[in-house]
Design a protein around this ligand. Structure first.
Ligand SMILES: [Ca+2]
Ligand SMILES: [Ca+2]
Ligand SMILES: [Ca+2]
Length: 307
């Protein structure tokens, strides 16, 4: 019969599988074929995601910010998440940060993070070439840019390293970027005592935070969007293949997804897919028509195709 169900908590841009089962008083059966689908990536809007965290945090929540115990992993649940797109300088006193949390954290033991994508070129005030960023913070702060656009922040992409327990300290860094959009994130934690977080930027190479201007997603339309977008990717191999029972069968899955992990579902008996090469091979055991789903998972794209 026709059935429907609602599944929540799915993540963006991921590959999911399902089977259906039916049961009665005699027993149950589970569908032989696996259903495969991918969720859509986030559709960006102007601004930056802003997250407030309540608790005792340290450098490990900033470095790396999207892995391990970092703020932007599934392991930490923010007490408040908003999209910041108002005309307001990135110039937050302790009182300002407490207000942004809706007074959900007190004056000590909290953290904040901001994520989205920096847009270079087009209508953005940021143009291709060297771009500098700086933070002034009490306590530690960082600023990451996914310079190589592979969807994750890596060691060489920590643009501003202002970590550590300290009073107000200025730090700056710079990167060279081409036109496009780049995953961008900043974060701070406050242990106790005073607190402040400021983020500034300037086109070109600038090593002095005081010579830069405040980041302001509202006053610089086009500078930030809430998520990075990556070129559309797909499975590029043929959608049909035929073989005969007996002799070895082989088929190559191809894709323009970078660093793909391949998989194939509902293959005829006797065939298997090599996850690293995308080669489907084996000996066909019975004749018939099979509907196979092939998939390629990369860091920024997950795509499926029919075979
Ligand atoms: Ca404080
Ligand atoms: Ca990267
Ligand atoms: Ca402090």
């Amino acid at each position: 019969g026709l059935i429907s169900t609602t599944v929540s908590s799915l993540e963006k841009g991921k590959l999911y599988f399902f089977r259906v089962s039916a049961e009665n008083s005699v027993g149950s059966v589970v569908s032989q074929n696996v259903g495969v689908f991918t969720t859509q990536p986030e559709i960006p809007v102007p601004g930056l995601w802003e997250y407030c965290f309540n608790g005792t945090f340290s450098d490990t929540n900033l470095d790396p910010i999207d892995a391990g115990s970092g703020y932007l992993t599934a392991g930490l649940v923010p007490i408040k998440t908003t999209i910041w797109s108002s005309n307001q300088n990135f110039d937050f006193s302790e009182g300002a940060m407490m207000a942004r949390s809706g007074s959900q954290f007190a004056n000590d033991y909290y953290g904040m993070a901001w994520s989205g994508a920096l847009v270079v070129g087009g209508s953005s005030p940021v143009t291709a070439g060297a771009v500098s960023f700086g933070t002034r913070s009490d306590d530690g702060s960082i600023l990451w840019i996914d310079v190589n656009r592979n969807g994750v922040f890596e060691a060489g992409e920590l643009v501003v390293d202002n970590k550590g327990l300290h009073g107000n300290v200025n730090r700056a860094g710079n990167v060279t970027l081409a036109d496009g959009n780049y995953k961008w994130a900043a974060g701070i934690y406050e242990l106790d005592g005073g607190a402040y977080m400021g983020v500034r930027w300037k086109q070109g190479v600038e090593t002095n935070y005081d010579n830069m201007t405040f980041v302001n997603p509202g006053a610089n339309p086009g500078m930030f969007q809430t998520a990075a977008t990556f070129p559309t990717r797909n499975i590029t191999s043929p959608t049909t293949a035929s073989g005969t029972v007996g002799p070895p069968f082989s088929f190559q899955i191809t894709t323009n997804v970078a660093n793909p992990l391949f998989s194939a579902y509902n293959l005829p008996p006797g065939l298997a897919c090599n996850p690293s090469t995308g080669a489907i091979s084996g000996i066909l055991q019975t004749g018939g028509v099979y509907s196979v789903t092939v998939a390629a998972q990369g860091t920024t794209n997950t795509v499926t195709g029919s075979l």
